[in-house]
Each structure stands twice: as structure tokens, then as C-alpha cells.
Design a protein around this ligand. Structure first.
Ligand code: ADP
Length: 668
């Protein structure tokens, strides 16, 4: 076994790998970019070496700098994590050439599986079922259009070198094909430096089911059952679970065998995942499920913890053992499924704004107390702590929450409880959205498919589980509590307007969901406080609550628990039912908010890909004026009103800061 490894990654996966290494007595070396000098993964490894600038291309994607760090630190092996260089065969080869063990599959297996089109041809030859499609080398636009027409619409165009859902375009009708192709190719070139695409029949209401496989260098290969990753947004996974609901023993055996065949076809060693798209005619007819190979991921997956939870195994330990030449710890017949596990990806993003990634400080970041659940029932994998910043440079994932239960229902209940105890503020996030998703009858009833989020949108977006009144009253309660803590026995230093006789009234103005609200506090000389809100007036009573909800609030007949954090006039209210934010009215801030940006500013720091209009050009409302790339996604900047382009403030290729005005538009 190795005595020292270098972890060529950051964030939660670097912390995750370090944890297993530590448990196995292996020393760890972290690498870090400028932005990550203080990051958690740096603190959790035994030593750490800088590898360059904040952009991934200047650090985590610089193979030669990472290899130099590994050699300088005396590490014997490199764990690539996921993302970055994890599926880069040249990097794996360079590690081997430098005398380092690459903790992953042989470069040849990575190459064979690296391009979606080639891997599909290979799998077709190995007898693994494929979705009808075109995977050829000829990339002429006319030929691609003819192939799409032949396959039959809807079709899906994918970047052959793609990943993370990038580049993917669904085309419903022949007339839309050319534009979608151009857009897919543009994103493919910018993200993967490879514009090749493949076309597939778009399977309607499919499930994404993948099989975890493991091979060793002694010719053994097993599968560790399946994961259902159907719940996705923007073709990216948000909730993953194992085992797949409704899976039969027979289908599991077939899919497992197909996955092992896929791995064996490329002499696979290490951890890998074979992804299948599963067509289904009904949720209640598992026998009707038909599965097709989609791709193989030649690395550990983000969602590997659900497999760990149901098998009781540590997959990073398996990776380290296999990479050091040991045989697989268990044979197929020794592997067993126990219970059910679900993972939720907690991301910095705005679900209500089409999941726009967000950046900002984790001003509040409290995670569930895992010790208060059954042992092993709740696990939080994170690479950040309170006070850290979600930067525009990397993936916006904040943490992964993994729960396990003896049944799916139990796991689901734990997921909801644990999400309720995950308090994040300072950066937009999807915690409440995740709670809404798992509460839908479709998810709770395991009626899963990749369109679940789109179909259930009415229940998922623009939801408010707290409500204006509880938001205001929770904020008032916190204010009163803070003021009482500052109080002295001396009535003349009280801050609440108390007077020895009569009643003082103090009115506080709030803004909630763009609507103004006034709460008037009536202080009695008996130290009580009554709050008038809308047409109701009741005494408010505030008591200490149990962690993680520090307040127990009573107002009239209503009683609830809350945790409240305030910063810069913005108050974050967390309750067991949900969380929200409310703002103290600030007339100055309102005036600023009304200043006309015209919606033409960069939604986040990033790069201007292309200015699509010229000065003097008339545009219509909603027209796309510019394309930006930020946080690895393409964003369209659209005209908020009809007008004429007055000025372009940046050229294509420019790096821009968040909120930077990109162009000026004069109203028509
Ligand atoms: P990436 O590597 O970019 O993540 P995948 O090929 O793994 O892309 O596909 C990602 C997701 O896109 C799948 O999980 C599935 O939801 C959807 N998808 C992929 N291929 C198809 C298809 N042929 N029909 C319908 N949906 C598909």
C-alpha cells in the first residue's frame, strides 16, 4: 500500500479522499490554486503545494504542475478525484511516465471510453444495447441533418467529448436542427476544445440508471449494483439514489452483466460507472424497462456515497487497494444491498432563475448534527465551511447530503429532516428546492424520470413554505431578543422606548417578496410586547428553542420554531417547514434598485463569448444580444425592451465582473 498520495483535486472530493487515506494511515498531499489557499481541503491534508492561478486552466488542469508537486512531495500515487483531469488519458499516462501510480483506469481504457461516439461503437461491438443514433466521424452539417431526419424527432445532439450535460440540445422538429447544431458545436468547442457531436433518438420520459463497476489488475470485475440518477436539472443530476426503485432482480442482473461486459471490453481496472438510459412505458411495470448504454465514466462519481451507504463499503479504499495492486476485496456473490440511500446535491444556484449558478460568501452554513440521527444514517460531504466563499472559478456545489434508511420511506424522511437542519445564507442555494422536490407525490411515490422537475414545476418554483407573517414575526422576535440581551436593569438605558406608564408604539417596515409590510410593536409597561401585523394584534412570546432552531415563538394561537440570522438589513429565517429571507425597508436601497440597468449586465463574473448586435442596430424585446460564459455555462443576455443598440461596452472574449453593464440600449 502507498504511504503518501497526492490528491489532484479540490472541494468535497479532495476532503473525501483525504478522509479515507487518513483512516488507512496514508499521508496526503493537497494542491491548491490561489483562490483555494485557505480552502478546507488544504487544511485537511498533511501537506499542501500551490499549483497556480485561480482559474482551473491555470491550476487544477495543469497536469505538469501537479506531477511536479507529486514528485517534489514524495507521493507515490495521484488520486484525480472527479472532474478536472480525472478522465484525461494524457494526464494518466504522464503520471505513469513520471513513475507515479495514477489511481484510476489504464490510459487505454480511458481513451476507449473518452469519446461518447467511439465508446458507443465499441459497446455496440461488445453486444451492449445502444440507443438508435448516429455516432459517425463525418460531421458535415447536411449529413448530420439527414441522420437526424432518419432517426426521427425528437433527437438529442450531444458533444462527443462532452460531460456535465454541456452542449446537449433537444431538437423537436427538422427546422430547428441547424440552429441547435451550431449552438451545441459552439459550446462543445468552448468547453471541450472539440466540436464533434453525435445524434441520438431522444428517449421520452426516460430514467437514468447507472451501474457502479470495479475491476482489478488480476482480471476480476464486479458490479456494485445500480444508482438511479433520474432527477436532473439542465441534464445534471440533483438527487441520486440506490437501489433504483422498482428494479427487479432479473433486470439488475442483466444491467450488471452488461456493465461488467462494457468494463471487460476495455480491460478496465479501478472504479467506473456505466450509465444507461432506461425507457419505460409505466412506472408500475418494471419488466417493461428497456435499457441502453449511454456512456462510461472512468472515475469515481459524485454520487458514489449512495453505493457506499447500501453496500457498507468505502469505494475510495477499494480504489487505493486496486491501484496498489491488490485484488478486489470481495467477489460478486459476497456483495449485498442493505436498505436504501439518497443523495442530494446542495448547490449555490437560483432554482427560480433557471438554476443560475450563484457566487458569494457562506455567511451562514450550519449542517445537521449527524450524531442526532441513527449511526450512519446521515452523512454530509462538503469542501467548504462557514465563512468560505463560493467562487466563480469552480463548480457551485456546496455539499452533498447522503441519507440511509432501512426503506426508501425512512431515507426520505431523514432527507427532509436533514435538509431542514441545513441552514445556508449569504449565497443563493437549492436547499428549499430540494425539500420541495422530495415532497412531490411523484418523487415520494418513486415515479421517477428525467423530466420530473419540469413536470412538477408548479410545486417546485416560487414556493414559500414560511409565509410573510412568520418571516416578519421571526425577524421581529430576533430583534427583540437581541435588544433584551443588551438591556440592563436601568430603565433609562433601554432601547425599546419603554416608559414608566402608558404604551410606546414602534413601527418597523419590512419588504417581503417585493411587498411592503409593517409590524408595530406595542410595549406595555409590564414588559410585554404585542405585535400588530396586518389587522391582527397579539402578544409575542419568545423562548429558547432546541438546536438547530434557537427560538420558540408564539403569536396569538400560532407557535413555531425558528433560527434567525441577520446581516446588512437582510434577515434569514429558517424554520422546520422551510427557509426564507426578509429585508428591513431601506429607502436608499430601494432607489438604487430602481436605477435602470435594463437587464443588460453580466449575471455573474465570466467571459463575453460573442456580441450578437452592432451599434445602431434596432432590436426587439427578448432578442439575444450577447452570449456569456460563466461558471461553465452559456448565458444569453436578452433585450429587456425594444430599442436601438447605443453602445457596446465590451468586446467578444472580454472578462467581465458580476453586474458589469455589457451594452447600452436606447428605448425605441
Ligand atoms: P453528460 O456526459 O454530458 O452528463 P450524458 O450522455 O451522460 O451526458 O447524458 C446526461 C443526461 O441527459 C442523461 O442522464 C439523461 O437525462 C439525458 N439524456 C442523455 N441521452 C438521452 C437520450 N438519448 N434521450 C433522452 N435523454 C437523454
Amino acid at each position: 500500500m502507498f504511504t503518501k498520495i497526492l490528491i489532484a483535486n479540490r472541494g468535497e472530493i479532495a476532503c473525501r479522499v483525504a478522509a479515507t487515506a487518513r483512516r488507512m494511515g496514508i499521508r496526503t498531499v493537497a494542491v491548491y490554486s490561489d483562490a483555494d489557499a485557505q480552502a478546507l481541503h488544504v487544511r485537511q491534508c498533511d501537506t499542501a503545494l500551490p499549483i497556480g492561478g485561480s482559474a482551473a486552466s491555470e491550476s487544477y488542469l495543469r497536469g505538469e504542475a501537479i506531477i511536479a508537486a507529486a514528485l517534489a512531495s514524495g507521493a507515490q500515487a495521484v488520486h484525480p478525484g472527479y472532474g478536472f483531469l480525472s478522465e484525461n488519458a494524457d494526464f494518466a499516462q504522464a503520471c505513469w511516465d513520471a513513475g507515479l501510480v495514477f489511481i484510476g483506469p489504464p490510459p487505454a481504457a480511458m481513451r476507449a471510453m473518452g469519446l461518447k461516439a467511439e465508446s458507443k461503437q465499441l459497446m455496440g461491438r461488445a453486444g451492449v444495447p445502444l440507443v438508435p443514433g448516429y455516432h459517425g466521424a463525418d460531421q458535415g452539417a447536411a449529413l448530420l441533418q439527414r441522420e437526424a431526419d432518419r432517426i426521427g424527432y425528437p433527437v438529442l445532439i450531444k458533444a462527443s467529448a462532452g460531460g456535465g450535460g454541456k452542449g446537449m440540445r433537444i431538437v423537436e422538429a427538422p427546422g430547428d436542427f441547424a440552429a441547435a447544431l451550431a449552438s451545441c458545436q459552439r459550446e462543445a468547442v468552448s468547453s471541450f476544445a472539440n466540436g464533434a457531436v453525435l445524434i441520438e433518438k431522444y428517449v421520452q420520459r426516460p430514467r437514468h440508471i447507472e451501474v457502479q463497476i470495479f475491476g482489478d489488475s488480476h482480471g476480476n470485475c464486479v458490479h456494485l449494483f445500480e444508482r438511479d440518477c433520474s432527477v436532473q436539472r439542465r441534464h445534471q443530476k440533483v438527487l441520486e439514489e440506490a437501489p433504483a426503485p422498482g428494479m427487479t432482480q432479473a433486470l439488475r442482473a442483466q444491467m450488471g452483466a452488461a456493465a461488467v461486459a462494457a468494463a471487460r471490453a476495455v480491460d478496465y481496472v479501478g472504479a467506473g460507472t456505466v450509465e444507461f438510459i432506461v425507457a419505460q412505458t409505466g412506472y408500475d411495470q418494471p419488466d417493461s424497462m428497456q435499457f441502453f448504454f449511454m456512456e462510461m465514466n472512468t472515475r469515481l462519481q459524485v454520487e458514489h456515497p449512495v453505493t457506499e451507504a447500501i453496500t457498507g463499503l468505502d469505494l475510495v479504499e477499494w480504489q487505493l487497494r486496486v491501484a496498489s495492486g491488490e485484488p478486489l476485496p470481495l467477489r460478486q456473490e459476497q456483495l449485498q444491498i442493505s436498505g436504501h440511500a439518497i443523495e442530494a446535491r446542495i448547490c449555490a444556484e437560483e432554482p427560480d432563475k433557471n438554476f443560475l449558478p450563484a457566487v458569494g460568501p457562506l455567511a451562514v452554513f450550519r449542517t445537521p448534527d449527524c450524531a442526532r440521527f441513527a449511526p450512519g444514517a446521515v452523512r454530509m460531504d462538503s469542501g467548504v465551511g462557514a465563512g468560505d466563499c463560493i467562487s466563480p472559478f469552480y463548480d457551485p456545489m456546496i455539499a452533498k447530503l447522503i441519507v440511509h434508511g432501512s426503506t426508501r420511506e425512512e431515507a426520505l424522511a431523514r432527507m427532509d429532516a436533514a435538509l431542514a437542519q441545513t441552514h445556508i445564507a449569504g449565497v443563493a442555494n437549492n436547499v428549499q428546492f430540494l425539500r420541495h422536490v422530495i415532497a412531490t407525490p411523484a418523487f415520494a411515490g418513486a415515479a421517477l424520470d428525467t423530466a420530473l422537475i419540469a413536470r412538477e414545476s408548479d410545486r417546485l418554483f416560487g414556493q414559500d413554505a414560511v409565509g410573510a407573517h412568520r418571516a416578519v414575526l421571526s425577524a421581529v422576535a430576533q430583534l427583540l431578543r437581541q435588544e433584551r440581551a443588551l438591556e440592563t436593569a436601568d430603565p433609562f438605558s433601554r432601547r425599546d422606548g419603554w416608559q414608566s406608564h402608558g404604551e410606546t408604539v414602534r413601527c418597523l417596515e419590512w419588504v417581503y417578496a417585493d411587498a411592503p409590510l409593517t409590524a408595530c410593536l406595542h410595549y406595555g409597561h409590564d414588559c410585554t410586547c404585542r405585535v400588530r401585523l396586518a389587522d391582527e394584534t397579539h402578544a409575542i412570546q419568545i423562548d429558547q428553542g432546541d438546536a438547530p432552531f434557537a427560538l420558540r415563538i408564539r403569536w396569538g394561537t400560532q407557535e413555531w420554531r425558528a433560527d434567525v440570522d441577520g446581516m446588512d438589513g437582510l434577515v434569514h429565517v429558517f424554520t422546520p417547514q422551510g427557509a426564507t429571507s426578509i429585508r428591513r425597508a431601506d429607502p436608499l436601497a430601494q432607489r438604487q434598485a430602481q436605477a435602470p440597468h435594463g437587464g443588460l449586465q453580466a449575471p455573474m463574473p465570466g467571459k463575453v463569448l460573442q456580441m450578437l448586435v452592432r451599434v445602431g442596430e434596432p432590436v426587439v424585446a427578448g432578442q439575444t444580444l450577447a452570449l456569456m460564459e460563466a461558471m461553465k455555462m452559456e448565458h444569453s443576455i436578452r433585450a429587456p425592451f425594444a430599442g436601438v443598440v447605443a453602445e457596446l461596452l465590451y468586446a467578444s472574449g472580454a472578462q467581465v465582473a458580476e453586474g458589469a453593464a455589457l451594452l447600452r440600449l436606447d428605448p425605441a
